[in-house]
Every structure is written in C-alpha cells, then in structure tokens.
Design a protein around this ligand. Structure first.
Ligand code: H2U
Ligand code: ZN
Length: 333
C-alpha cells in the first residue's frame, strides 16, 4: 500500500501506523559512523573476560567456551514469599525468579556475527539447556541480548542474559492469547500459517532448510526481524541437531548484514519467545526470535519512541518491504 495505512500485528493484536509516502529512507543521508574502536582479545578491565574479577569481587573461571553465572545485580530473586496486595485499584503481587548472565565466548573482541559457527552452536545449546533447566521452576524464561551502548549493553564483551520468573510477562501474554485462539480456530500454529503467507519473499531476508528470517509485515522498528523455525517447534530445547547448526549459520548471516547497513556495529535487542511452561499445555506456540534494532538513517541517528508513538500508536516511515530489500542486498560477498 502506497498510502498511509495501519498494519495489524497478528501476534499481539496491536496496530502500527505505516507512512510510506514520507521521503526519508534509512540508507540515504550521511553515514556518520564513528571510527570502530578495535577491541583486544583480552581486556584486563573487563568484568566478563576469563580470570577477571567482577564488580562484587567474584573471580571468573578461566572458561574456554561459554560461561553462565547468576547476575550479581539481579532484578529477580528466588527467595521471595508469595504475597498479594489488593486495595481497590491498587494491586500488586510478589515476583520470584532468577537472572543469569551468559558469556558467548572467552574472546573479548568477538560478537555473534564474527564468531565461528561451531562456537555460535555452543551458545544455542546453552540457550536450550538453560531454558530446559529454568522451565522446571519458572513459567517464563526470557533469553535475550542487548548489543551496543545504544541498547543499554554495559560491556562490549559478547554476552547475553536470561531472566526467568513465575509470572507470564506482558508481551508473551499477548502472544499466548493470539496463538491459542488461532490454534483453536484453525488447528495450526499462527506463525507457520504466517510463513505460508510470506512465500512470495518480499519481506524475507534469509531462508535456510529449517529457518526463515524476515522483516515481519507488522514490524515497528525499521530493521526489525523475526526468526522462525519452518517446522512446528514450541520451544528451544526441542530443536534438533540440524536445526541448531542451521540456526548458527543464519544468525551469523543476518547479524553480519546488520553490521553492513551502516558499516558499523549495529545495536539491537534480540530475544527468544518459546512456549511458557508447562510446554505440554502450550502446543499452540511456535518458537521464534525477535530482533529490535533502533537505528534509522545512519549509525548515529536512532529511532525514538516518542510523541505520537507513546501517546497514540507506533509508526514507521520505511516499509517492511524496503527494509527487507535493503537487508537482502547486504549478504556476504
Ligand atoms: P547488559 O550488558 O545487557 O547490561 O548485561 C550485563 C549484566 O551483567 C548486567 O545485568 C551484570 C549486570 O547486572 N553484571 C554482573 O552480574 N556482574 C558484574 O560484575 C557486572 C555486570
Ligand atoms: Zn572481556
């Protein structure tokens, strides 16, 4: 559609305003990439490098692959008694959980796009095993990564986080409702039916035997991506060997494309959405990852959610189709 229009997000029931007539395009305008500061393989001041001390004095082991530890400044902790507060319109409930930090590699200078595929595979296996373990005690396990200072990453060492809690948070709650009603109505997973409708490929960025990465029809962020297994998979522990290997290649591919958009490390928040536990009661779910990058026109001009977006609804100028075309054109040569 060439006229301003609103697109429906089938996963959340929310609408996004798309204004394709606006002339701004993210790849026009100046590219003011700040000089890339080369990082050393090991940084004695980094609290995530092997053998270094963390903020609270704990010494990291000399790990050689991935490394997980409980967040020293956790937002959720397990030892919280179940309590509720209910006074008219004022309601609260206690929240128990745990937060972990996961280092992807002992190398301070790498990131997922520059890691070897076998090492990305180790991260995927860790995501899966952590999810399996935490799902035994918690309803929702959120695996995520903030990359780059623009997205709040506190340190360039390649790392992500996992927060697990007893409550089902807002975003997965919306997706649960939508996927459940779609499954009840049609007998199939919403996101697999969505992939079926994306066969023409205008929003597809990368496709492998077992995965699809696309700019979703209802994307809010300029270069937002959704990554979906092409078979019905409810949560990460179910992924088979070939799907894990395939995913390692796909992640290196699409994250590499991101870094080529402005010839600069692309900031983003990335995370997995899989079935809440118990997964056996959530067969309507389809595993997927969201990637939300904030950049718009250059490495320094970011999209802010302000004004109309905070007060009315989210809006974008660049269509999902043109963002996908841009990312498709940036494959490794
Ligand atoms: P971010 O870069 O996404 O902020 O993740 C880093 C996390 O690491 C952050 O949540 C934790 C912070 O609380 N952290 C520790 O647990 N120990 C430290 O010594 C420093 C940072
Ligand atoms: Zn480091």
């Amino acid at each position: 559609m060439e006229v301003p229009h609103r697109r429906f997000n089938a996963l959340t029931r929310e609408w996004v305003l798309v204004s394709p007539n606006r002339t701004e395009r993210p790849w026009q305008g100046s590219i003011e990439a700040p000089p890339a500061s080369g990082r050393p393989e090991y940084d004695p001041g980094c609290y995530l490098c092997p053998g270094n001390g963390r903020a609270n004095g704990t010494i990291n082991p000399n790990y050689t692959s991935t490394f997980v530890f409980t967040n020293d400044f956790a937002a959720l902790r397990p030892d919280v008694d179940k309590t509720k507060y209910n006074e008219g319109l004022l309601r609260a409930e206690s929240a128990a959980g745990t937060c972990r930090v996961i280092c992807y590699s002992p190398r301070h200078d790498l990131d997922m796009a520059s890691m070897d595929q076998v090492d990305i595979r180790s991260v995927i296996d860790l995501w899966a095993s952590q999810t399996k373990e935490l799902a035994e005690n918690y309803r929702w396990v959120q695996v995520f990564e903030n990359r780059g200072a623009a997205m709040g990453a506190s340190n360039p060492h390649p790392h992500g986080q996992i927060w697990a809690g007893t409550a089902l948070p807002n975003e997965p709650q919306k997706e649960d409702t939508q996927q459940r009603s779609h499954f009840e109505r049609t007998g199939s997973a919403l996101l697999l039916d969505y992939l079926d409708q994306e066969k023409r490929g205008e929003r597809t960025v990368a496709l492998t035997d077992s995965w699809a990465a696309l700019v979703p029809y209802w994307a809010v962020w300029p270069f937002e991506l959704i990554i979906i297994p092409r078979r019905h998979v409810t949560s990460m522990p179910e992924l088979m060997t070939n799907e894990r290997n395939d995913l390692a290649g796909l992640l290196a591919d699409v994250l590499g494309r991101y870094d080529r958009v402005f010839d600069h490390p692309f900031p983003y928040s990335f995370g997995w959405h899989g079935a809440p536990s118990p997964t056996s009661e959530h067969n309507h779910w389809q595993l997927h990852a969201h990637v939300f990058p904030p950049l718009l026109r250059s490495a320094t001009v970011r999209k802010h959610m302000v004004g109309y977006e905070l007060l009315a609804e989210e809006q974008r100028d660049v269509t999902a189709e043109s963002a996908a075309a841009r990312l498709r054109s940036l494959g490794a040569t």
